[in-house]
Design a protein around this ligand. Structure first.
Ligand SMILES: [Zn+2]
Length: 311
């Protein structure tokens, strides 16, 4: 059933609504567990759209296996999605810096507070993000050291290739991830693909993981896959960054997710005015290209790739 979580009046006779779809068993006993699937905090990250669509479709198709409550929030920053912007456009605010919000605050704080009110009491929350338009990312769960012990076992169910445990608190205190974990709603954040696009194979992969998680939580009794064995890594462990050392146009010689060896050519940065190569980028180690530059224009210092597996 589609429900409106929050409505906010816009300046000229329009209203912004944020909606969710609640899926629940036909016969409830009152003790059902509840999971929230959230996406669209960043309006230009669309990978989660496909997952929400497939999740709802598959649950509706096999409703007999649903033993708990699934709340799906496909678009929590509708103005951002409408205008293809990451932030909330009218305020130029990153919504993922607005939580837990404030019922008496401005529009963005009020919306965040109403969402948190709706999430509270849930047994789990999964927050789906995509990368930006610049970098293509392997599906990955990102968590901080503080929550490693409580959340890692759930992160492993999500069928990602990679679980990145940040040793430094890179996760902002005002993010949904941080706010909900503070409020005792275990929450995991997933990042995948590229901004403004949908990568169906990544979506299918995460979808299977969500079913595994729901199975574990007692929300889904249908058949599930055995999730992939994720590589678990911390900042200093097994992740090597390659940055541009010149400005120009990046032409990759490797593909995303490709295994490479130290000494392989990752790509070239070229000068399109003089027809020359300004940097020949060589892999410093063996590993898998788990992040790869998608947007060709680069400057000295731009991130070109992250390699998983070698240091
Ligand atoms: Zn995001």
């Amino acid at each position: 059933m589609v429900k409106t979580v929050v409505s906010v009046g816009l300046p000229v006779l329009e209203t912004m609504h944020i909606k969710k779809n609640r899926l629940e068993p036909e016969n409830k006993n009152g003790n059902e567990r509840r999971i929230c699937i959230v996406t669209g905090i960043h309006g230009d990250e669309l990978e989660g759209q496909y997952i929400c669509y497939q999740l709802i479709r598959r649950i509706q198709e096999s409703k007999e296996f649903l033993t708990g409550i699934v709340d799906v929030y496909p678009c929590v920053n509708p103005l951002g999605m409408e205008s293809i912007t990451r932030r909330i456009p009218t305020f130029d605010l990153d919504m993922n810096r607005s939580f837990p919000g404030d019922m008496d605050g401005d529009m963005s704080e009020y919306v965040a507070a109403k969402l948190v009110e709706d999430f509270e009491g849930a047994d789990f929350c999964v927050d789906l993000h995509a990368s930006n338009i610049f970098l293509r990312e392997i599906p990955q769960v990102r968590l901080d050291k503080q929550h490693e012990e409580s959340l890692l076992e759930y992160a492993k169910l999500l069928n990602t290739d990679f679980i990145w445990v940040h040793s430094s608190p890179t996760v902002e205190p005002a993010s949904l991830y941080h706010s909900l974990n503070q409020k005792k709603v275990p929450t995991l954040s997933i990042e995948m693909g590229v901004g403004m696009r949908i990568t169906k194979e990544f979506g299918d992969q995460i979808l299977e993981g969500i079913f595994c998680l729901m199975h574990k939580l007692g929300i889904w009794s249908g058949p599930v896959i055995t999730p992939k064995t994720s590589v678990i890594s911390s900042d200093q462990d097994k992740v090597t960054l390659i940055h541009a050392e010149a400005s120009g146009v990046f032409l990759p010689c490797v593909e995303h997710l490709m295994d490479i060896k130290a000494g392989d050519v990752v790509g070239n940065i070229v000068d399109s005015l003089n027809g020359t190569i300004v940097q020949h980028i060589i892999a410093p180690c063996d590993g898998v290209v788990f992040t790869l530059r998608e947007y060709p224009v680069v400057y000295d210092g731009s991130l070109i790739a992250r390699i998983l597996g070698g240091v």
